[in-house]
Structures are given as C-alpha cells and as structure tokens.
Design a protein around this ligand. Structure first.
Ligand SMILES: [Zn+2]
Length: 503
C-alpha cells in the first residue's frame, strides 16, 4: 500500500498529469449573459429572438458533430463543416431550406469546383506520445498529448518519428545561438495576445529558422486556456504540431524538471501521423433573392464552413443571416432594393471560394450591388482568466456576461455607414470596439469583384479555429443584439441613396 502511494507521487517528477479526455476550454457558469435592451413595449418578433437563433446555431453545430461521428475525415480526430465534404453541403441544404420556408422563391444552389491547382491538406489520424523513462520517477508511463494537432502541411515519411525534445522558448536569435536543435523537436512557446492569427508571422519565421538549424520538427505550445486543439498556423516546420494550454503547461514543467535532474536527453516523443492532400473537391453556395422595387442589390453573406464545432466561426453568423432572411421576407419588412442572402461555401478550403464563385455565377446581382455585409463570428461570449488556480499554477478561463469585442470594418469609410454603426452599442448593446475601421476579413476578401462599400462584422476571439468554440460559449442575447442591429442597419442603408453608401 505504502509502496504504491510513493510510486504514484513520483511519476513524471510528481507533476499534475494532463487530462486524458477532452475538457471544456472555458467554464460557462450558471449566471446568464447581459440581457438585450429591447424596450418592454416592443414585442421582438420570434425571428429575432436570441433563443430561437441559438436553436439554429445548435442545428448548424450538429452538422459538424455528425461529421465527426461519421468519421468524415480519417479517424474522426479532425472534423468540421469542411467545404468539399458532405458536412458543408448539408449545411447549405439546411440554409436553403430555411430560405424556402421563409417564403423566398428565387433560390439558387450553385456548385463550385475546386481549382485544379489547389489541394486541401488534412490530417487523417495522429498521436503524439511523450515517452516514459525510469529517470522521470517510479510509475512513469507514456502520456498521449490529447491537444496535439498537426499543422499543415506536416507529413512524416513512413508515418512515425521518434526524437528528443529541446525547449527553445520564444526561439529568438538571442536564444537560439545557445542551443543545438539538430535532430530534435524544438518546443517553442506561443503566447497569443487575443487572436492566434496575430502570431502567424512570428511563428512562421521562427519555425523556418529552427528547421534551417536542423530541427526534426516543431511543437508550438499555444498558451491559451483549456486543452483545446488549435487549427492555425501553417508551414511551421515538418512535422509541426500545436499543443493546447494544459498539455503545454505540463510539457514546460517536465522540460524544466528534466533539465534540473540532468536527464534532459532522455525526454523523447513519438509521433504517428497520416495525412492526405484532397483534390478535385466540389462545394456549394446557397443563394436567396428577395426582389425589391429596385434592381440595385444589397448582398448579405455568411460562410458555412468551419473547423471543429465552429459554433462561433461561423455558426452564429450563419444563424443570424437566416434570421435576417426570415425578417426581410415578411411583407411589412420588404426593402426597396433587392436583398441577396448568400450561405457561402466559405474560404477555408484552398481552391474553393464562395464569394468569388458567387460573383462569377451571378453577374447581374453582383453588377447591381450597392453594398456587401459579411456576417462572421458575431456572438461568442467574452472570457477572463479565472481567479482560482490549479495546484500547479495553471489558470482556467471563465465566460463573463458580455460578448467578445466585435470589430466592424467599412472598406470605403462611408461616414453615413460609420454613423449607423456608431449607433449600434447605445441602441442595441452590441459590443463594437470603439474605433472606426476599414478592415476586411478573409471571407470579405473574396468579394473583391464588388467595387462598393463592404461591411465586415467580426469577432476575433482566442477560441477561433479551436475545439473550444462550442455551442456553450455562444450568447443568445448576443445573437439577438446582432440580428436586431443588422436588421436596422440594412433597413437604413436600403432607404439611403447610393451616394450616401458609396460617397
Ligand atoms: Zn470565419
């Protein structure tokens, strides 16, 4: 009895072991989000109610979950609503069905063939195992890092690689001059300031330097809460894996303990990896047209594709798009201009671009456009590091009462549109950041063919492109705030002159 207790206490230097099953990235407590500011005298129509829109987000997330269960990609470790696969097409079919049920009759389902020069790299199955050694303490067993996710276009000839680990911190030149990474997996620390995409440039260049110095591969310890899988970064060495927050915390501690004990050379990892480059894929755009008195069009877009559950990227945006289609199809809300709703195949799959295909397939609707509105990542809750800490110092994150900050870009900086957007926070409670902007998102970039005002409504929260982006972190009042703001915004733009929108 005593022997067993001592053995357990000393495994892996006595450190807290990482979780062996998926855990939520963010704790969502019972306290509800900030309610909407609807005047009690005004009855919010059912189409605009947050609870109803969230039910649609749940349906959209369901297409991704079903794809995971059906092992759409390899072993089912990687999933999503992936353009070129049934998960994405089924989502478009659902959206088109909602448009039809709303009474819209001009509905177009348009097929998109992947550019033959492009391919989509996907991991089919993988496992990253930290190998045990008696030097790490009695009872030490191999540990499979649950949050390890290969980064494209990683590939291991033969499918297996075993190599020692070397910690390189931020991998700056000042650090690397002291280190020999040859034949080793370089473990670099990434501390995202909010969104991972802001780290892409630094990760790419540092990884390139590590590979030049002979590293056998790269691990990115992504210091975010939870133990989520993060699909971000590319070309960061071969093979390259992102490692989630909890696993990364453990790995850093193990590297420290092994260094202190002088057994660093015994710290090794075994990587198994199968991948595939997919070509010749086909995807679909779903388009609904509500004709107005004018031929001029206002185009509203939301991409359907998403990695993992994709509740926030872009389940919430698509659900809000559908709510707006229902709203504007009602006779009392009919616009003067023609409204075009695009459930876009998206932009995650190389060689498939929903917006570009729309412009090619619908030249009249595109030519008559006066404005584009791209609805993308709009109702994730904000979160903060938890006050409570784990016994080993690791900090969880807890959802707070509002939504994550929302950036709104107006490409032509139209003062009329910017003023409408300025009215969003006081009138509808949407959490727009305080600075006016002309930014556009990746999905908006596909609309380059429209030479008009392009409005992007977008959150860039830390959980984006991770398994932490689940239904639970979507705010129902936030969905309602966004739907009601956009209904008002589109109606005001519809009443405005072309010159006001495009000065
Ligand atoms: Zn997106």
């Amino acid at each position: 009895m005593k022997y067993v207790a001592i053995a357990l206490a000393t495994a892996w230097f006595g450190l807290t072991l990482p979780p062996t099953a998926p855990t939520p990235a963010v704790t969502v407590g019972a306290r509800p989000p900030i309610p909407t500011r609807a005047d009690p005298a005004t009855r919010v129509p059912p189409d605009m109610l947050g609870a109803n829109i969230k039910a649609d987000v749940e349906t959209i997330v369901g297409f991704a979950r079903a794809a995971k269960d059906a092992k759409e990609i390899g072993s089912g470790q990687m999933w999503g609503r992936i353009a070129g696969f049934p998960s994405s097409d089924k989502t478009v079919v659902w959206a088109v069905d909602q448009f039809r049920q709303a009474g819209i009759t001009d509905i177009r389902t348009q097929s998109i063939a992947q550019d033959p020069k492009s391919s989509l790299w996907l991991p089919l199955s993988w496992r990253v195992t930290l190998l045990a050694d008696p030097a790490f303490g009695e009872g030490t067993n191999d540990i499979v890092l649950q949050s390890a996710l290969p980064v494209g276009p990683s590939n291991i000839p033969g499918g297996t690689l075993t190599a020692p680990l070397v910690y390189v911190g931020t991998a700056s030149p000042a650090v690397l001059q002291h280190l020999d990474v040859k034949g080793k997996i370089a473990v670099q620390l990434i501390v995202p300031q909010g969104h991972m995409l802001f780290e892409r440039g630094a990760v790419d260049s540092r990884s390139e330097e590590l590979m030049k110095r002979g590293a056998a591969g790269v691990f990115n310890l992504v210091r975010l809460p939870g133990n989520e899988l993060s699909r971000d970064f590319s070309d960061c060495g071969n093979p390259c894996f992102n490692i989630g927050g909890r696993d990364g915390w453990f790995l850093e501690a193990v590297l420290d303990r092994a260094a202190r004990a002088g057994v660093q050379d015994k710290l090794r990892v075994k990587i198994d990896l199968q991948t595939q480059a997919f070509r010749g894929l086909k995807a679909t755009n779903g388009v609904a047209v509500i004709p107005g008195k004018s031929q001029e069009t206002i185009v509203l877009n939301a991409h359907v594709d998403g990695w993992f559950d994709g509740a926030g990227d872009n389940g919430d945006g698509l659900a809000v798009l559908v709510a707006l289609a229902r709203h504007f199809s009602k006779p009392e809300n009919r616009p003067q201009r023609t409204l075009v709703f695009v459930a876009s195949a998206g932009h995650h799959t190389p060689g498939i671009n929903g917006p570009r295909s729309f412009v090619t397939a619908n030249p009249d609707l595109a030519k008559n456009a006066v404005m584009l509105v791209n609805i993308e990542h709009v109702a994730q809750r904000n979160f903060s590091p938890a006050r409570t800490t784990a016994s080993d110092g690791y900090r969880e994150a807890v959802a707070d009462s509002g939504e994550a900050p929302i950036a709104v870009g107006v490409t032509n900086n139209s003062p009329f549109l910017q003023e409408l957007i300025d009215g969003g926070p006081p009138r509808f409670g949407v959490n727009f950041i305080s600075e006016r902007s002309t930014f556009q998102s990746g999905e908006t970039g596909g609309w380059a063919g429209l030479n008009v005002a392009k409005v992007s409504v977008m959150q860039a929260p830390p959980l984006y492109h991770t398994t932490g982006e689940v239904l639970d972190v979507i705010s129902a009042p936030g969905l309602e705030r966004m739907a009601r703001f956009l209904a008002s915004f589109v109606a005001a733009a519809d009443r405005a002159s072309r010159a006001q929108i495009n000065p």
